[in-house]
Design a protein around this ligand. Structure first.
Ligand SMILES: [Zn+2]
Length: 413
């Protein structure tokens, strides 16, 4: 069995190239000879990226004997520093292709327009001819200290991928990258080292990129945001969730999206108290990228004694009709035991609750939001006297209002 790849044992070597001619041509009898040369020369000079493999287009009649001197294929490899630095990351193009993953990677570009390349011709008799344009422009590939900017060897990338697929994160992967003391000493003793363990080249960003790519592939059901939302809601529905979706053709009209799981439903139905929690600017519209509202029904979980979000609602416009749509949908689809709804000081929410549930449900206003609303008003009132008088008047007003807020009996209120 082939031994598993180990980035601690594997090393990247770098030697300075020095050939006589600007472009060198080499010949090899067979693939083994070529591979040996490639491993100990080109691969020790720089990191190469396979660009193309072109197979010979020469038509051979069936049954004819192949001419051993004829070309089988040509490989073309470039230095990983080739190409121009992109001015800014190109915007993803929206097309109707399904399930196309848009890569969002954070990597500094290493492109400096290097012209070094390898043209590898393979012939029918398994011999090779390599045209090596070995001069690098605008960078020094033998500078091993700068290797961290280079691309990782394919085997190392594969190794990271295997660990990410096993749900290992950076903390876990880091443990596999520890060099032993001998290795560290050896590196420390050579001021100008020519060899570096691959483990030293793998960094947080490499692992992060692999994890992001994996999450992206799993989360992106379609490259268009609008279609993705629809596909996700369909997916949830297939998995037993209750979903509501109203996306009008008129992009100015408010859209509403809502969902909860079968597991949430139990808590939603059993609760006598709901907390209506509304947040703004937590998400943007998939239609026009404007800020949206996320509304959550939170209930008290008697088992964990903690608050539990049980139903979710997203809308582009927070107005009584959209909230009412959400609340009525919950009311009509569930066997509710609901008695009270606590909300912040929003009149819009209160109107929506009354339209959906009538007077059967008590509305409680959140103390924090009430105090905040009062405080806003107190600040606007102009009291008479000097600043000390004003301060005292405000303090008295606050004290009286809070007495009302915390009165336990109706008489006290
Ligand atoms: Zn180069």
């Amino acid at each position: 069995m082939e031994k598993a790849y180990d980035p601690v044992k594997a090393a990247v070597r770098r030697f300075k190239t020095d050939y006589e001619n600007e472009i060198e041509v080499f010949h090899f009898e067979n693939e083994t000879e070529f591979s040996e040369w490639y491993k100990h020369n080109s691969l020790s000079h720089a990191t190469w990226i396979q660009q193309t493999r072109n197979y010979s287009k020469k038509v051979v009649p069936p049954g004819a004997i192949l001419n051993p001197q004829d070309l089988k294929y040509t490989d073309f490899k470039r230095c990983d520093h080739h190409g121009k630095k992109p001015a800014s990351p190109p915007a993803p193009v929206l097309q109707n292709e399904e399930n196309c993953v848009v890569k969002r990677r954070k990597t500094k570009s290493i492109k400096v327009g290097c012209k070094a390349n390898l043209k590898i011709k393979c012939f029918n008799d398994d011999s090779f001819e390599v045209t090596y344009n070995w001069r690098h422009s605008n960078h020094t590939p033998e500078n091993i200290a700068k290797l961290s900017g280079s691309r990782l060897p394919e085997a190392a990338k594969q190794w990271i991928q295997e660990h990410v697929d096993k749900h290992n994160n950076w903390e876990g992967i880091k443990n596999f990258l520890r060099l032993d003391e001998n290795q560290l000493n050896e590196i420390g003793n050579h001021g100008t080292f020519k060899e570096i363990p691959v483990a030293m080249l793998i960094n947080y960003q490499d692992v992060q990129n692999a994890i992001l790519a994996k999450l992206n592939a799993a989360a992106r059901k379609h490259k268009s945001d609008g279609k993705r939302v629809v596909l996700w809601l369909e997916y949830l529905k297939e998995n037993g969730y209750e979903t509501m979706r109203d996306i009008p053709d008129n992009t100015d009209a408010p859209f509403v999206l809502s969902w909860y799981s079968p597991w949430h439903k139990k808590y939603l139905e059993a609760a006598e108290d709901w907390f209506l929690d509304s947040t703004h600017k937590t998400c943007v519209s998939f239609i026009d990228k404007r800020d949206c509202y996320l509304m959550t029904i939170v209930v008290h979980n008697p088992i964990t004694s903690k608050d539990l979000p049980v139903a979710f609602f997203i809308t582009s416009v927070k107005c009584s009709p959209t909230i009412e749509r959400f609340l009525s949908w919950l009311k009509n689809n569930n066997n509710l035991k609901l008695k009270r709804i606590m909300t912040d000081c929003s009149a819009t929410e209160q109107r929506a609750i009354i339209s959906s549930f009538g007077s059967t449900i008590q509305i409680f206003l959140c103390h924090w939001h009430l105090q905040k609303a009062w405080e806003d008003h107190i600040k606007k009132i102009s009291f008479e006297g000097d600043s000390a008088d004003k301060k005292a008047a405000r303090k008295l007003l606050r004290a009286r209002l809070y007495k009302i807020l915390y009165s336990e009996k109706e008489d006290g209120f």
